[in-house]
Every structure is written in C-alpha cells, then in structure tokens.
Design a protein around this ligand. Structure first.
Ligand SMILES: Nc1ncnc2c1ncn2[C@@H]1O[C@H](COP(=O)(O)OP(=O)(O)OP(=O)(O)O)[C@@H](O)[C@H]1O
Ligand SMILES: [Mg+2]
Length: 242
C-alpha cells in the first residue's frame, strides 16, 4: 500500500518473471531506483535488459513478481497508466514519429501531471538541445541518429516524468554525439531527475550512475555502487564480456 512504501524508493522491481509466449526470458529479476538516483542496468546482449524495461512499462507484462512505482503496484497495469504515473521512456531504436516535425513530436508528448515547480517546456528542451531548435520544422525521418536520440529524450522529458528510463542511451551514435548525450544525462541528474539507464559503456556509467544492476539470463546477478563496480574488474569480465 502507498502508505507503507519507503518514502524515497521510487521504483522497486522484485522477482519478476516475463515470457514471450512460451519462452521465459526473465527469471526473478530485481532492481530498485530511489528518488534522485541514477541506476544502470547492464548485461550482455540478449540477457533481458529491454524485456525488463518493457515489463516495467507494461508493454510485455511480467506474469509474476512485483513492480512498485511511486507507491503503487503496477505489474498488471496498462502502459498508458504507468506513463501517467510518471514513467518516461526513451526506447531502444528511438521510435520517434517519422511523419511529424520535431516540434510536433515534442508537443504531442507534453504533460505536466504533477504540477512540477519547474516543468519541461519546448523552450527548455531547445535550450538543452540547440540542434533540435534548428531542426524544429524538420520531419522525424529527416533527422540523424543523434538528433533522433535527442528528440526521443526531449519527448520523454516533455511528459515531466518522475523516472526517466533510457534503453541504449548512446548506441549507434557518433563519439561527439555520445558525449553530448552523457552531458545531458549528467545535467538531468544534477537537477534531481531519477534515471534508469541501459548502455554498454561501463566507464561512462560508472562515472555518472550512483548504483548498478548486472543481469545474466534474466536474473540479477550483482548490484552495487560505482566504487564497488570498479573495484571488481572480474565482474566486468564475467558478466559483461569486457
Ligand atoms: N518479441 C520477442 N519474442 C520472443 N523472444 C524475444 C522477443 N524479444 C526478445 N526476445 C528474447 O528475449 C531475450 C532477451 O531479449 P532482450 O531484448 O530483453 O535482451 P537485451 O538484454 O535488451 O539485449 P540487447 O543488448 O541486444 O538489447 C533474448 O533471448 C531475445 O531473443
Ligand atoms: Mg535491448
């Protein structure tokens, strides 16, 4: 119940099991994000990171376990409801609307559901990503990969989410654009944004995140702080293939 929730735990995923048809992919996966924290979700290809995020969002609902978000059990809630409760997603592959302009993509997402003191606006997104301002009238399908990722982040922020989730934050982007995305995430964290992030760059994640979750074949096999992660190079070798 909401009243019993530890005040500063925003997301608590506990022992979820998720299947695609008859094929089970998550086998009791757990992770948590406290308010204001930035937490990574790491694991080799195909280990279940995207499936974990899809389960949190209600896109591929978990069939067992518990997902508590901001005081509510959401495991069986529809995705629109989970979005309304304040989860903003930057999905793998961006999935922006190709036939809307940059401005339309952003405006279509706008929602200030929690009366934030300082809500995200179109102007604020353009300050963070000047490239998007320059491209405001371009169609989604005319953007570079980096611009698409900026737009996907901007679109998620326009919902003023309590928790921002990024699946493959910098995958497939040019080095300079990657740096820009990491700076943006640092800035968001410094503003107190809670973030759950999937990415393959362990060094960057270790520098920016508070805590880390490593999964292997649909199970959490390790979690800890950045210091703990860097102090155990074996972990990276064993679970991340580095
Ligand atoms: N729609 C689907 N139907 C059936 N199996 C799926 C589906 N999507 C993913 N899987 C399988 O589930 C497992 C986990 O996939 P998932 O996409 O969650 O991994 P991931 O950790 O995000 O991988 P990557 O690093 O490649 O993004 C994989 O074995 C994958 O083949
Ligand atoms: Mg994935």
């Amino acid at each position: 119940m909401a009243e019993n929730m530890v005040a500063d735990t925003l997301l608590e995923v506990d022992g979820i099991e998720t299947c695609y048809g008859l094929s089970q992919v998550l086998f009791g996966l757990s992770l948590s994000v406290k308010s204001g924290e930035m937490v990574s979700l790491m694991g080799r290809n195909g280990m279940g990171k995207t499936t974990t995020i899809r389960s949190i969002m209600g896109l591929t609902p978990a069939r067992a376990g518990s997902i508590r978000f901001a005081g509510s059990e959401v495991r069986t809630q529809p995705s629109y409801r989970i979005a309304q409760l304040g989860v903003g997603l930057v999905p793998e592959g961006r999935q922006i609307f190709p036939n809307l302009t940059v401005r339309e993509n952003l405006v279509a997402a706008a929602a200030d559901r929690f009366d934030s003191s300082n809500p995200w606006t179109l102007a604020a997104i353009y300050v963070m990503f000047p490239r998007l301002a320059e491209r405001a009238s371009n169609m989604g399908n005319q953007l570079s990969g980096g611009e698409q990722q900026m737009l996907a982040i901007g679109r998620a922020l326009m919902t003023n989410p309590k928790l921002l989730i990024l699946d493959e934050a910098t995958e497939g982007l040019a080095p300079l654009i990657r740096e820009e995305i990491w700076s943006c995430l640092s800035l968001l964290k410094s503003r107190g944004q809670s973030i759950l992030v999937v990415d393959k760059n362990v060094d960057h994640l270790a520098r920016i995140c508070d805590r880390h979750t490593i999964i292997e074949r649909g199970k959490t096999v390790w979690s800890g702080t950045s210091e703990e992660l860097m102090a155990e190079p074996d972990l990276q070798h064993k679970y991340l293939g580095i």
